[in-house]
Write a protein that binds this ligand. Structure first.
Ligand code: BES
Ligand code: MN
Ligand code: ZN
Length: 505
């Protein structure tokens, strides 16, 4: 799919424009948007609106074919909601509706002439990003493992976005950034959707190596021997029952100044979570192939920032392994020693995410990071707490951490990939008490996503840290089963913002 930016002038008006389809807006009050009025030469558009064939509500649409006197072969009227102020939500609903219609149109190209710079509390770049990502989401297919491929996508392949000449450069930059994010999301989705016998720790490592080669990133993959030498007893205890070798992946995008402390992303890379000896129930267990979605989102975010040539130092770290039962598997009651020296009583082998992350979080101390964000499908309890709309965001509660949390929340809001902040407090820490080790790996049913975050917190005291629990947001179940590509938009936007404030310093 190809995106470009178009500007109109007196010699090149919306009415003259030659295109398979021009997309223009109509409001709930039955009024036409500016460009819609400009191409309503013979009154076809107003007549269509008057007829009641389109309500103007956000997401409504009507395709007109024979519109006399203009260059476009078709006009797609797109409902935008309230004229006084187009809300961000309405605009994104409309963008998704437009993407759906364009995907099945008999035209290879279309021009979107919508009020991109007139969305309440949102900027032109935001509206463009919203449109581009909606179109790319619509175009996404996963048929790598089907012998009969899905039919090749038809419909519009070339989308031009029309803006005022003044906004041309900002629009171009926004479209390029949105395409990079969409490319990152596609990679994250592909990795998540791949079967767990294909997307193994080794496959993730090879994907990182490929990315590094393609974009000139630094890459390092540590194997079991090296992990043993580092004393990663907690990580290694999770991989005991599996025949797949564990991998510890490090990716480096050093786009900032050499002396600038890096921002570090740590992604949970459990390529299949059976629960181990604390075996999960059989129903829906296939979905635990998505338990590497944190890792997938780190790789997708690197794909995006590398394409953007982001001026920021970013290091990605992925502990990757399977969680399987076997005669060699870790048992409930086993005590393991983490890289930090803290001992852990494994009371439930299904609470394995924290066991691999804690060693990765200790490992990244060596980078003297500016901030560390870990991303993990960590707890079912997070789905109970927040459902499928928000990722859970956890940090300590002091000024530095409040600032990091606010930056992540803002990036979520700006990208439509939202998170919700949850508490970390000593009273929850007490639930992790063990009679036999420094801590237990579970804190009982109450506040399960919080005690999981509290566990991680104990390994992050040397730097500023945030934890994103994406158990509810990384994939969809049921008939629409598939990875969402979240939280790549949040993470990428967060890093873009960070690069901007670093440049301003
Ligand atoms: N990967 C799961 C969390 C999960 C479950 C994510 C369902 C998405 C959907 C994690 O490893 C896990 O099993 N967590 C346990 C923790 C419990 C044993 C304390 C859980 O949430 O049940
Ligand atoms: Mn588990
Ligand atoms: Zn898991």
């Amino acid at each position: 799919m190809d995106f470009s930016i178009k500007t109109f002038d007196s010699k090149n008006t919306p009415a003259q424009l030659k295109t398979g389809c021009i997309v223009v807006g109509v409001f709930e009050n039955k009024k036409l948007s500016g460009t819609a009025l400009a191409i309503d030469r013979k009154g076809d558009l107003s007549a269509a609106v008057k007829s009641g064939d389109i309500s103007g509500k956000a997401g409504s649409s009507l395709l007109l074919r024979s519109t006399d006197g203009i260059g476009a072969e078709r006009v797609l009227l797109l409902g935008l909601g309230k004229e006084e102020s187009i809300s961000g939500k309405d605009f994104s609903t409309a963008a998704q509706a437009a993407a759906r219609v364009l995907a099945t149109l008999g035209s290879p190209d279309a021009v979107l002439a919508l009020p991109f710079d007139n969305v309440k509390e949102r900027t032109l770049p935001w509206a463009i990003q919203c449109m581009v990502i909606a179109a790319r989401e619509q175009a996404y297919r996963f048929d790598e493992t089907k012998s009969k491929k899905d039919p090749a996508p038809t419909g519009v392949r070339k989308i031009a976005i029309a803006v005022d000449a003044a906004g041309g450069n900002a629009a171009k930059a926004a479209a390029a950034q949105a395409v990079a994010i969409a490319n990152g999301m596609d990679l994250t989705k592909d990795l998540g959707n791949l079967a767990p016998n294909i997307c193994t720790p080794t496959y993730l490592a090879n994907t990182a190596k490929k990315l590094a080669k393609q974009f000139g990133l630094g890459v390092e993959v540590l194997d079991r021997k090296q992990l043993q030498a580092l004393n990663m007893g907690s990580f290694l205890s999770v991989t005991n029952g599996s025949d797949e070798p564990p991998k510890f992946i490090v990716l480096k995008h050093m786009g900032g100044k050499a002396k600038d402390a890096p921002t570090v992303l740590v992604g949970k890379g459990i390529t299949f979570d059976s629960g181990g000896i604390s075996l999960k129930p059989g129903g829906g267990m296939d979905e635990m192939k998505y338990d590497m979605s944190g890792a997938g989102s780190v790789l997708g975010t690197f794909r995006a920032i590398a394409e953007m040539k982001l001026k920021l130092n970013v290091i990605g770290v992925i502990p990757a392994c399977e969680n399987m039962p076997s005669g060699r598997a870790t048992k409930p009651g086993d005590i393991v020693t983490s890289m930090s020296g803290q001992t852990i009583e494994v009371l439930n082998t299904d609470a394995e995410g924290r066991l691999i992350l804690c060693d990765a979080l200790t490992y990244v101390e060596r980078y003297k990071p500016d901030a560390v964000v870990d991303i993990a499908t960590l707890t079912g309890a997070c789905i109970t707490a927040l459902g499928h709309h928000n990722s859970g965001l956890f940090t300590r509660h002091d000024d530095a951490h409040d600032a990091l949390a606010d930056a992540l929340l803002a990036a979520g809001k700006a990208s439509g990939d939202t998170a919700w902040r949850m508490p970390i407090e000593d009273s929850y820490q007490e639930q992790l008490k063990s009679n036999f080790a420094d801590m237990a790996n579970i804190g009982g049913p109450p506040g399960g996503s919080i005690t999981a975050a509290c566990f991680l917190e104990r390994f992050t005291r040397k730097y500023t840290w945030a934890h994103l629990d994406i158990a509810g947001t990384a994939w969809k179940s049921g008939a629409a089963k598939g990875a969402t590509g979240r939280p790549v938009p949040l993470l990428t936007t967060f890093l873009v913002d960070r690069a901007q404030s670093a440049a301003g310093k």
